[in-house]
Design a protein around this ligand. Sequence first.
Ligand code: FE2
Ligand code: FE2
Length: 168
Amino acid sequence: MEIDETSRRRGDFPTEQPLQALRDDHALLRRQFDRYFAVQDKADKQDAGTHIVQLLQMHAALEEGAFYPRVRSVDPGLIAHGLEEHEKARHLVALLEPMDKAGTDAARLMRELADTMLDHIEEEEGQLFPKIEQSQIDMSALGHEMQALELQLVAAHAQKLVAPGLRV
Ligand SMILES: [Fe+2]
Ligand SMILES: [Fe+2]
């Protein structure tokens, strides 16, 4: 059900409020982390874990490909710090992707990923986003650029699901 909720938003990017799209991703991530650690059922845990991995891959690609480059000027140090955290998360996600998400090794890595990402999300929402909101950045242009990239990412992801061996 949460996947549907994401897909609906993915097809309808709020171009005039691009920060809201990122806040929505963050909220969904928080809920999926909560769900992952709360559920006992292995299939549910596997599902939540897979959802987290996919969400993070999509979210980081969107931020690094369209968002960070356009907002870097508001605080280059904060963006550099954000990229370091993305890199740490990318390493953990790469380890987790092929794993049984319901196993104990995965749970340990997922704890580390949650600690990294929940801090990171708080920094983006608490420090970076307010600076952007106070800046002269053209939010509509930013939103349209992010929407275009998100559509590409969704299409690439769909193609990967349909034809796993095909390079896109
Ligand atoms: Fe980020
Ligand atoms: Fe983010």
